[in-house]
Structures are given as structure tokens and as C-alpha cells.
Design a protein around this ligand. Structure first.
Ligand code: NDP
Ligand code: GDR
Length: 374
């Protein structure tokens, strides 16, 4: 896709056929997504476009382009009449930008996916994490509330990306009724965002839902989350580009699903008559070590020959065991995961082997150092 001067689709008036000012046509809903450039944002955008939505994403300014995960669905509105995804600059730390885009886009559904989403990093930048994850959600809720008060558009629905990290040290299985005991600045901030959302629902009658999603992964997962870090390494080791993989705690257990399945649950929550909170999980938990066994074993390698434990990847406080009870989502929404654990690991390894092969071509041609990643 062609790079333009500002967010890829441009947000000025007259740039393309997508409606920027005004309500949706009767048969076309408008969604506004924060965090559209992230893993979930990209899958949710594909999902909503397939459902016929017009999708507007808020992206933050970066010195490098940060739209890699959505480039494949981007249509330059200057050249095409079919662009149904538009990007606009905003930031969860800037309340004025949130209100301005709500007033301009006039969405039917708002998905708040933006976050500093790395648990370990939240110990390094706790203040920023709280500002974006907790207060950012409050800013967006308040922008929605004041937009409704000013326009009377009370049908707007709001989705908050909650996390199983909120359960922290409370033992599994974790359901909507399980008490929160967060173990990181990230998790404590997500708890605040959760309760802000409940409060806006109760205080103002806002249609607002909390999705309490357990870990979900994909080939688009950020490379410093443990699953992707492992599958990237498996690909590169198999192709001969690296030999060691440095990891922290291998005994932590997570309920890992496929991100593509989880974005559907987000949408389903907003299609119900009444707003509510839902746990979304596979109900199966595996340790990091089990993930290693499946990922390395799949390509005929033994993880013990390559993994080195490095203390720097241990956290000041760990979440040992997460396993969801998603019976409410299964019963009320009719949701269930399609991709199982082994299938997920293999999907990620397959894609990362292909990626490593492409890197190898560049390394062999002298265009790239093997240590470097594209
Ligand atoms: P990612 O880290 O992949 O994406 C986060 C998104 O938030 C990116 O688009 C990022 O932009 C954007 N963002 C970060 N800071 C700001 C800011 N200050 N203003 C505006 N946008 C910002 O996360 P995922 O897609 O994996 O997760 C989506 C949401 O779901 C997050 O809120 C996460 O905490 C939550 N969650 C995720 C789970 C998972 O397993 N994936 C499980 C439970 C909850 P940029 O691309 O520029 O960095
Ligand atoms: P998590 O995901 O903290 O569950 O948060 P992550 O993949 O970072 O960690 C999972 C477990 O693996 C252990 N681990 C390592 N983790 C990382 N990142 N790097 C390592 O080298 C490593 N070695 C071992 C961790 O200690 C941990 O126990 C994710 C994020 O997407 C959150 O935004 C989301 O809310 C939760 O999932 C649900």
C-alpha cells in the first residue's frame, strides 16, 4: 500500500468514499476501534469489514509506520472507491482527540483495544501504563458519555478489553464471579478500567461491556510475548539463523486461544439486548514448557538443546495459573473457540518458518545480519 503523508487513509475531508461525517447508512454500521494496529485490532477490523461495517481506527503517531498488521486490508482512499477502513491520529492520553473523532465519525460501536499491553513492561513504566490503560479507558468512556449527552445518540455501544491478568493470584478456574487480585501495574490498571466501565453502565445507562479475555495468540502476536518469542525462535533455529532462546519462568500456566476466535466474542457481546461482562477462554491451560515441547517437537527439535533461562525475564510478581470458565459466554453468546492449543502452536510455527526463510534469503545475499530482524 502507498504511504501517505499522515494516517494511511488520510482523515481530511473529501479523501475517498468512506463516510467520515454523518451516521451510517441504514444497512451499514460504523465501528470505531482504538488499538487497530495491534494484534486484536487487525483481526477485529477484518471481521467487521466482512460483516459490512465501515471501520475507523485511531492510531497514535510514531516515528516509524506502525500499520504493518493492517496494510493488507488498507485501500488508499485517494485511488479507490471501496475503502471502508479509515485511520485517524489520536491517543488515549489525549481526551480531546477522542471526543473529536467520536463527534466526527459518529460510530455505532466503540471497541477500546488500545493499551500498553505488556505485563513485564508495565513494571518498568507503571505511570504511563496506568495513564493509557486505566485513565485512557476513563477518557474514552467520558468522551462517549458526553458525545451521547450532546447528540442524543444513546444507541452507541462500548466494548472494554479486559484481561484474565485481573484475576492474578486467584486460583483457577476463573469466571465472571471470581475476585480480582492483580499482580502487576498493567493488571491493576485493567481492573480500574473494568470498574470504570461497570460504573458508566450503572451511573449513565451506557451500553458498555467488559470482555475478560484470557491469553489469545496468533502469527500476528507481538514478538516479545512468550508464545511468539518461542515460535519466532523455532523458525529461526530450524532455518539456521539462531541457536539459543533466552526465556524466564517456564512453569507459568496460561489458557491460550486463537485471537481470530476471540474478536468474534467481542462483537457478539455488543449484539445482545443488554450489556454485560463475559469471560472468554478455551478452558484448557498449558505451561510455557508445554508450549515449548509442542513448538520445538513439531519441527523435530528438542527445546532443551536451545533454551537458556535468563533471570531478566522473571517478573517481580508472577501470575502462576490461569484457566478460564467461559460457560456464560458459551451459553449466552453461543461462542466457542474453533482453534485448539496444538493447532494454534503449529499455525504460529508454520508462519514463522516461512518468515525465517525470507530472512535467510536476505542474510545470504548480504542485505541483513542474522541477528537483525526485519
Ligand atoms: P497489542 O499490544 O498488540 O496492541 C495494542 C494496541 O494499542 C496497538 O494498536 C497500540 O498502538 C495501541 N496503543 C498503545 N498505546 C496507545 C495509546 N497511548 N494511544 C492509542 N493507542 C495506543 O495488544 P493486543 O492486540 O494483543 O490486545 C488488545 C487489547 O486487549 C489490549 O488492551 C490488551 O491489553 C487486551 N488483552 C489482550 C489479550 C491478549 O492475549 N492478546 C488478553 C486480554 C486482554 P501501536 O501499534 O502504535 O503500538
Ligand atoms: P502475559 O503474556 O503476561 O500472560 O500477558 P506473556 O506472553 O508476556 O507471558 C506469559 C507467561 O510467560 C512467562 N515467560 C515469558 N514471558 C515473556 N513475555 N517473555 C519471556 O521471555 C518469558 N519467559 C517466560 C511470563 O512470565 C508469563 O508467566 C498477555 C498480554 O497479552 C496481556 O496484555 C493480556 O492481558 C494477558 O496476556 C491475558
Amino acid at each position: 500500500a502507498t504511504e501517505n503523508e499522515s494516517p494511511k487513509s488520510g482523515s481530511g475531508s473529501g479523501s475517498g468514499s468512506v463516510t467520515v461525517n454523518g451516521d451510517a447508512t441504514p444497512d451499514r454500521k460504523i465501528a470505531l476501534i482504538t488499538g487497530i494496529t495491534g494484534q486484536d485490532g487487525s483481526y477485529l477490523t477484518e471481521f467487521l469489514l466482512n460483516k459490512g461495517y465501515e471501520v475507523h481506527g485511531l492510531i497514535r503517531r510514531s516515528s516509524n509506520f506502525n500499520t504493518q498488521r493492517i496494510n493488507h486490508i488498507y485501500i488508499d482512499p485517494h485511488n479507490a472507491h471501496k475503502a471502508r477502513m479509515k485511520l485517524h491520529y489520536a491517543d488515549l492520553s489525549d481526551a480531546s482527540s477522542l471526543r473529536r473523532w467520536l463527534d466526527t465519525i459518529r460510530p455505532d460501536e466503540v471497541y477500546n483495544l488500545a493499551a500498553q499491553s505488556h505485563v513485564a513492561v508495565s513494571f518498568e513504566i507503571p505511570d504511563y501504563t496506568a495513564d493509557v490503560v486505566a485513565t485512557g479507558a476513563l477518557r474514552l468512556l467520558e468522551a462517549v458519555r458526553s458525545h451521547i449527552a450532546a447528540t442524543g445518540r444513546s444507541h452507541i455501544k462500548y466494548y472494554q478489553a479486559g484481561s484474565s491478568e485481573m484475576f492474578g493470584s486467584t486460583p483457577p478456574p476463573q469466571s465472571e464471579n471470581t475476585p480480582f487480585h492483580p499482580r502487576s501495574p498493567y493488571a491493576a490498571s485493567k481492573c480500574a478500567a473494568h470498574w470504570y466501565t461497570v460504573n458508566y453502565r450503572e451511573a449513565y445507562g451506557l451500553y458498555a461491556c467488559n470482555g475478560i479475555l484470557f491469553n489469545h495468540e496468533s502469527p500476528r502476536r507481538g514478538e516479545n510475548f512468550v508464545t511468539r518469542k518461542i515460535t519466532r525462535a523455532v523458525g529461526r533455529i530450524k532455518i539456521g539463523l539462531q541457536s539459543k532462546l533466552f526465556l524466564g519462568n517456564l512453569q507459568a500456566s496460561r489458557d491460550w486461544g486463537f485471537a481470530g476466535d476471540y474478536v468474534e466474542a467481542m462483537w457478539m457481546m455488543l449484539q445482545q439486548e443488554k450489556p454485560d461482562d463475559y469471560v472468554v477462554a478455551t478452558e484448557e491451560s498449558h505451561t510455557v514448557e508445554e508450549f515449548l515441547e509442542v513448538a520445538f517437537g513439531y519441527v523435530g527439535l528438542n527445546w532443551k538443546d536451545h533454551v537458556v533461562i535468563d533471570k531478566r525475564y522473571f517478573r517481580p510478581a508472577e501470575v502462576d495459573n490461569l484457566k478460564g470458565d467461559s460457560s456464560k459466554a458459551r451459553k449466552v453468546l453461543g461462542w466457542k473457540p474453533r482453534v485448539g492449543f496444538e493447532q494454534l502452536v503449529k499455525m504460529m510455527v508454520d508462519e514463522d518458518i516461512e518468515l525465517a526463510k525470507r530472512e535467510k534469503v536476505l542474510v545470504d545475499a548480504g542485505y541483513m545480519d542474522a541477528q537483525q530482524q526485519p
